[in-house]
Design a protein around this ligand. Sequence first.
Ligand code: MG
Length: 234
Amino acid sequence: MTLKIESNCLSVTAVNWQAIDTVFLDMDGTLLDLQFDNEFWLRTIPNEYARRQTITVEAAKAYLEPIFIGEAGKLNWYCLDFWSRTLGFNVVKLKEQVSHGINWRPEAREFLERLKASHCDVVLITNAHPETLRVKLERVNLTPWFDQVYSSHEFGEPKESQLFWERLQSARPFAPDRSLFIDDSESVLASAEHFGIKHLITLRQPDSQGPIRLVTQYPAILHFDEIYHGLADS
Ligand SMILES: [Mg+2]
């Protein structure tokens, strides 16, 4: 990987694709715009909870915030069954109602087309619940570009856990030092690094409506076209 450091910004300027055999890609905030998820959890869910409890949206947010904080990074956070139980309504149904908001990130589709034509094994690994994955894939069908798609729920551990990586490696063997992993979550990247994944990239703007992250723990790209070099035109 070729890197550039400019006023504390660590950027990837090129990937040596010949050094990579396996590409692991995250879904939300990496291939798909995180705006949908942020909107859903920070607006749609509190609004629906407030409506059902006949309380104000502010009261709903005040109730939900400690639960969100308590579950962040755990498998429950991504588990729609947990949220349906905790909130008292069908979260999958609500997600389906607003699924028109699910969209690609810029250049993501083009990037997948190039990867598909490459020698690399291309694997989607997401913490999204299988039902979330289903709703998302119905809207944006990512599967044709992937050799394999995994929800961490299949392994019973989120990507933040070392057990996830051990189980992933048993399910689909890979060489950590010849693997590239792209994910917008730095805690997830830290877990992959701990497991030994050598090539790690994060995203500067997972949410198209959110700020551009200037300081990142891992080398970053804004859009995938920055790492096209060495991948054939699709
Ligand atoms: Mg993500």
